[in-house]
Write a protein that binds this ligand. Structure first.
Ligand code: NAD
Length: 256
């Protein structure tokens, strides 16, 4: 028995990184998965490999959400879960951030999550689940990522409100708040075929040994297991909560 047998789950930003690992794990656990992304070649290849459906979905585009949900309905006849995982990051001091850049981040991370909830919730089966990907920076500050942190705080707010509004239908809405996770977002060298993987891994280990109590960067597979918990009946009495997965980073600082 898989933990998601008989369920249909749509994962955004699923062509790579955390979304990819979520799609893989959910399929292993018996779900029929809809892989959604703007990286069509990677997304379609993953979907083929794991027996999922691929849909092109830019999460900031309202019409594309409707098309994606229609495609899921045509393929599988129902929808039981949504993981709003797609996201982008830009580094800039707030006072140097152009409005266009701020809006670009908000459009994907915040509007994408809002449109996902608004489009999917009405057709989601009663008892379904929504998992929104916020961040460590959805709960605390971090210099140089103001637009990103603002959008991720908003995702936590959307999660709480959606949980209250959808609870009468037994739909549970929670957020995952990852710290630093080893994907292209925190480790752009992962996308560079010329980069020395061993050197990069050493540099990352060095950086996070000093910052994170558990002394290492997180793995996308670890976030996928949390998303599975929140999408399965294992979390049947949990809704409206942000779940931090950060190796202890948010717990505080050591002075000695
Ligand atoms: P990633 O960059 O590997 O994956 C992001 C995915 O989102 C990519 O597949 C990308 O194509 C997709 N995407 C981007 N814009 C999109 C759009 N408009 N519509 C649809 N898909 C789009 O990084 P990741 O770490 O796997 O990121 C997944 C989520 O985790 C994001 O929401 C990110 O903000 C969040 N997060 C990441 C970290 C980290 O350290 N990696 C930490 C906290 C939170």
């Amino acid at each position: 028995m898989g933990k998601l047998d008989g369920r249909v789950v749509l994962v955004t930003g699923a062509a790579r990184g955390q979304g990819e690992q979520e799609a893989r794990l959910f399929a292993e656990e018996g779900a029929r998965v809809v892989v959604a992304d703007v990286l069509d070649d990677q997304g379609a290849a993953l979907a083929k490999e794991i027996g999922a459906l691929y849909v092109h979905l830019d999460v900031g585009e309202e019409a594309q959400w409707r098309e994606a949900v229609d495609a899921a309905g045509q393929a599988y006849g129902r929808l039981d879960g949504l993981v709003n995982n797609a996201g982008i990051l830009r580094f800039n001091a707030l006072t140097d951030t152009p409005l266009d850049e701020f809006m670009q981040v908000v459009r994907v991370n915040q509007v994408g999550c809002f449109l996902g909830i608004r489009t999917v919730a009405p057709v989601l089966a009663d008892g379904g689940t929504i998992v929104n990907t916020a961040s460590y920076t959805g709960l605390t500050g971090m210099a140089a990522v103001g637009a990103y942190a603002a959008s991720k705080h908003a995702v936590v707010g959307l999660t709480r409100v959606a949980a209250l509004e959808l609870a009468p239908r037994g739909i549970r809405v929670n957020a995952v708040c990852p710290g630093a996770i080893d994907t292209a977002m925190s480790n752009p060298a992962a996308l560079d075929p010329e980069a020395d993987a061993e050197e990069t891994a050493k540099a990352l280990d060095g950086l996070y040994r000093g910052l994170v109590p558990l002394g290492r960067i997180g793995r996308p597979e670890e976030v996928a297991r949390l998303a599975l918990f929140l999408t399965s009946d294992d979390s049947s009495y949990i809704t409206g909560q942000p779940f931090v997965i950060d190796g202890g980073w948010l717990a505080g600082v050591s002075v000695i």
